[in-house]
Design a binder for this molecule. Sequence first.
Ligand code: C5P
Length: 232
Amino acid sequence: MGKDVIIACDFDSAEKTFAFLDKFTGRKPFVKIGMELYYAEGPSIVKEIKKRGHKIFLDLKLHDIPNTVKKSMAVLSRLDVDMTNLHAAGTKRMMEAAIEGLTRPDGTRPMLIAVTQLTSTDQEAMENDLLIKEPIDKVVMHYAHNAMEAGLDGVVCSPLEAGKVHDRCGKNFVTVTPGVRFADGDIGDQKRVMTPAEAKKIGSDYIVVGRPITAAEDPVAAYERCVAEFVD
Ligand code: C5P
């Protein structure tokens, strides 16, 4: 499975997205389309970016009853994305239904990745709001294992967790890790960060990088720097 840098296109319009992507005249980066852009522009933004030759991670984090998730995944799979995701908290049955929905008539399907606990949820919120009393690390690993048992390809996790996920779920279980910053860059609102080189060392399969590239003075150079540190 290919290691790659995924650029988080956290823009609120097609116009801003294309102004950004137009800068990439050479290699076409793998891009992540999240809720903000998808809800602003709808499926056409996925088709347009795909047509330009980019791989797409559609980050919509589905979480609903199994039947609804299955039918929604069937629609997303027709958009020909390369990777999409859901919340492991929706249960194994929901994840299995998602795989069924995502699988095309010819047997192929986009990669399916689970979100375990959001990094914005800490131990206190988990205990008080969700009434989950186990240590958060244990919950994250348990959800990752559920995702593996349901047949998913991997999880979104912090680069710091990637090694542990591989230990628990095997080397081929993919880790997609946000929270990446250059050693000399701003960390912004991210709490636990790693450089692309460190993420590579610890065994992340894909890094998701937003502002260090999108807000850089020279986004193409910042992207190439990520690739040089993480992939090459
Ligand atoms: O700009 P930045 O590099 O912080 O962007 C990281 C991207 O990864 C954003 O799209 C953010 O929503 C996403 N993400 C994250 N932490 C998670 C899950 C997703 O930062 N736990």
